[in-house]
Ligand binder design. Structure first.
Ligand code: C2O
Length: 453
């Protein structure tokens, strides 16, 4: 697709109603790019010859590893140019993501398919890079934006050329902030209202019918920050184009690592779902030999047999089971209240450090990509940095795909003193506002819990 087509494609999506997008897209000849492949599919078999090698943060790559990464992406791009039909080539790889979010495939976003589908995608992408590099020890690096010292777009992805040759990691369709190496706002990965504090899989990674707080939090926020969701021709800011930015793979490698890390921190409470309806979900990908392969969720839950793992994070594993208390929600007044049984204990100043989060389920989401701040009570007046306001509880980082409707998520918010005081004395109303605006709307959700660890 040349630039004018892709821009047109972007504008069509901007203007079109969700339901008509696929039609317009097909009319523009996008069907080959964005339709899932057909043909003979074989069952995935766990490889027996893969060494378990740790994926590394980009900031820890040495010069040889950087050169090898660049060479790998150059080979993908060369293959795409020499044989556009090869499913291992760059644009075809980017379109694998497009099948599932703007093309005619099922959408794997906004539900519990999100984490395992992207893990499997990265696995096959890595196998293809190993094959092209003729090096079975190559592993994808991750962009560790959860660490505040590496919260700008990594320098190796930024320059258009290196020593007079084009940089295979570069993409021109990025936001100005990402392109110039600015740092993301600290509120993108806060201490408190953080998906890593989610006390069960549904609030972390989603369920059959809704997204988890990792997807509709930092995942969406980093997409939008890198790609600028105001620009419909940017890559990272639009799900159906995101795979065209090489940093997409490094971003998702970090998402994947955070999943593994969240599992590791509390092997009991942070277990993956064991329902057959989750384990048996399956997806198709092309492998390194251009063979279409069907892989099941149960095949990707343990990463070691797939040849990769991650360095464990600094904090020791937590093994305590968080205590969940459902809050009282009056659907007439829309006020949340602390039940009598915990009220006195929770609003008294605590001497023991307790990690308290407010988990809100089935939050009804807007249909426009962006960051939405969540508050108890009215959003603060214009001009204030909303994320430092005393009634700020956290944010929704939303990147919507054209197929989405009835889009819902779980949110893990900070159970601040102000929230607890209001919920303990009369009741607390939750609102949200698009970042930078003061027009708050009431947050609609089904249930809310206080979790304590
Ligand atoms: Cu499939 Cu980051 O989106």
């Amino acid at each position: 697709m040349d630039n004018s087509t892709r821009r047109q494609f972007g504008r069509t999506v901007l203007a079109g109603a969700a339901a008509s997008i696929t039609g317009k897209l097909l009319a523009q000849g996008q069907e080959t790019a964005c339709a899932p492949p057909t043909g003979e599919v074989i069952e995935f078999v766990i490889p027996t010859n893969l060494k378990n090698i740790q994926r590394k943060p980009i900031s820890a790559l040495n010069q040889n590893e950087i050169n090898r990464l660049r060479l790998g992406y150059q080979k993908l791009r060369d293959l795409s140019a020499s044989d556009p039909t090869d499913p291992r080539g760059w644009l075809q790889q980017a379109n694998v993501h497009c099948w599932q979010c703007g093309g005619s495939g099922t959408d794997i976003h906004s539900s519990w398919k999100f984490l395992p589908w992207h893990r499997a995608f990265l696995y096959f992408h890595e196998r293809i890079l190993c094959k092209l590099l003729n090096d079975n020890t190559f592993r994808l690096p991750y962009w560790s934006w959860d660490d505040k010292s590496t919260r700008s777009l990594p320098a190796i992805y930024r320059s258009a050329s290196i020593n007079g040759k084009s940089n295979s990691l570069y993409d021109e369709h990025r936001s100005t902030d990402a392109a110039k190496g600015s740092s993301m706002p600290a509120s993108i990965f806060p201490q408190d209202s953080n998906p890593m504090n989610a006390g069960n899989f549904a609030s972390f990674g989603g369920s059959d019918g809704h997204a988890g707080s990792l997807e509709d939090g930092p995942h969406g926020a980093v997409h939008n920050w890198t790609g600028s969701n105001d620009d419909q021709s940017s890559d990272m800011g639009n799900l159906w184009l995101a795979g065209r930015d090489p940093v997409f793979f490094a971003h998702h490698c970090n998402i994947d690592r955070l999943w593994a890390e969240w599992n590791r921190r509390n092997p009991v409470a942070h277990a993956n779902p064991t329902d057959g309806s989750f384990l048996g979900l399956s997806f198709n990908f092309f492998d390194e030999n251009k063979q279409l392969v069907n892989i099941k969720v149960q095949d990707v839950l343990d990463t070691a047999p797939l040849g990769f793992s991650y360095p464990p994070g600094a904090k020791l594993a937590k093994t305590k089971i968080p205590k969940w208390t459902q809050l009282t929600y009056d659907t007439g007044t829309h006020l949340l209240q602390l039940p009598q049984t915990i009220r006195a204990r929770v609003i008294a100043p605590s001497v023991i450090a307790v990690q308290r989060s407010l988990v809100v389920e089935q939050v009804v989401l807007p249909m426009k990509s962006g960051t939405y701040n969540v508050f108890v009570g009215e959003p603060p007046a214009a001009g204030a940095d909303q994320s430092t306001a005393s009634n700020y509880l956290g944010y929704i980082g939303l990147i919507v795909s054209p197929h989405m409707h009835d889009h819902k998520c779980s949110l893990v918010l900070n159970a601040t003193t102000e929230f607890l005081q209001r919920a303990g004395n009369g009741g607390a109303m939750l609102t949200f506002a698009a970042a930078g605006t003061t027009k708050g709307e009431r947050l609609e959700f089904s249930t809310a819990y206080l979790t304590e660890e």
